[in-house]
Design a protein around this ligand. Structure first.
Ligand code: C2E
Ligand code: CA
Ligand code: CA
Ligand code: CA
Length: 275
């Protein structure tokens, strides 16, 4: 009777596993993954186009599940936003990135900013200024070396967004708008919010050379940024032709596979110790 019960249980378990979607398996595994140290952070360098010097790195989270292998942030971040785990992932990335940047500075690398992606839910559902203050203090990192990448959806959201952004700005943190041009916000927010940098989405960068309209959009975004005295960076730069176009249009900075993929901390240290 005991064996029967066991078999029945096993049968039920495997059947249940088949019925439970990959999405809910992922949703249920994030907390455990964080506890087990399955999440890590890679860093993709950002360059000044004129001087070709490194000016920062973007922190990008990675998840290597012990059983399922690597899971893309494009897959698990939206799930984490739905079930609230993004608050935990986000704080993990923020703390790791601040500590890492301090470690690089202590190791003698030229000081640069670390940019951390903040999801809309993380921005609205947490006391972001308090979380950031604590992460900076624990790492011993000066606020000028931290940048937060926000999306236009944050701006569309709650009214409290504007006061939160001013609070962060007053602390001395650099703020950028990620995926600029892909949201549906009115441009008027650019004069209300204390934004430092516009980040041109990689879909525009990608088509600079095969779609004249994308080239015109990139050109327009760069000129607008400069007219508003904002810094502008292009992401997803993969070719020398794209870089040449951006340089001609006086885009300030660039990031993409043409320069470097997202790297391990050690790789950053080896590459830029003598920069
Ligand atoms: P994103 O913030 O727009 O990040 C840029 C993505 O483009 C990254 O993908 C990066 O690895 C990739 N990329 C960089 N250079 C190139 C290039 O030259 N060509 C192409 N085709 N791709 C390039 P990744 O790391 O897979 O991240 C995907 C998205 O997941 C990010 O898009 C971001 O929205 C989200 N994400 C990643 N890490 C975090 C995080 O710590 N917190 C939050 N909230 N979101 C994150
Ligand atoms: Ca980003
Ligand atoms: Ca982006
Ligand atoms: Ca994106």
């Amino acid at each position: 009777v005991k064996d029967e019960g066991k078999n029945h249980f096993q049968f039920f378990t495997s059947e249940m596993n088949d019925l439970v979607s990959r999405k809910s398996k992922i949703a249920m595994s994030i907390r455990k993954g964080l506890e087990l140290g399955e999440f890590t952070v890679r860093y993709q360098p950002q360059f000044d186009i004129e001087s070709e010097k490194i000016i920062g790195v973007e922190a990008l989270v990675r998840w290597h599940h012990t059983k399922w292998g690597p899971i893309s942030p494009a897959e698990f971040i939206p799930i984490a936003e739905e079930n609230g785990m993004i608050l935990h992932i986000g704080e993990f990335v923020l703390r790791t990135a601040c500590q890492q940047n301090k470690d690089w500075q202590d190791a003698g690398l030229p000081p640069f900013r670390v940019a951390v992606n903040i999801s809309a839910k993380q921005f609205s559902n947490s006391n972001i200024a308090a979380v950031v203050t604590s992460a900076l203090a624990d790492a011993g990192l000066s606020p000028e070396f931290l940048e937060l990448e926000l999306t236009e959806s944050i701006i569309q959201g709650a009214r409290s967004a504007i006061s939160k952004m001013w609070e962060l700005k007053a602390m001395g943190i650099h703020l950028s708008i990620d995926d600029f041009g892909t949201g549906y916000s009115s441009l008027s927010y650019l004069k209300l919010f204390p934004v430092d940098t516009l980040k041109i989405d990689q879909h525009f960068t990608r088509n600079i050379h095969n779609d004249p309209k994308d080239a015109a959009l990139v050109d327009t975004i760069i000129q607008m940024a400069h007219n508003l005295e904002l810094n502008v960076i292009a992401e997803g730069v993969e070719t020398s032709e794209q870089l040449a176009f951006l340089k001609k249009k006086k885009c300030n900075q660039a990031q993409g596979y043409y320069f470097q993929k997202p790297l391990l901390p050690d790789q950053i240290e080896k590459l830029y110790l003598k920069a």
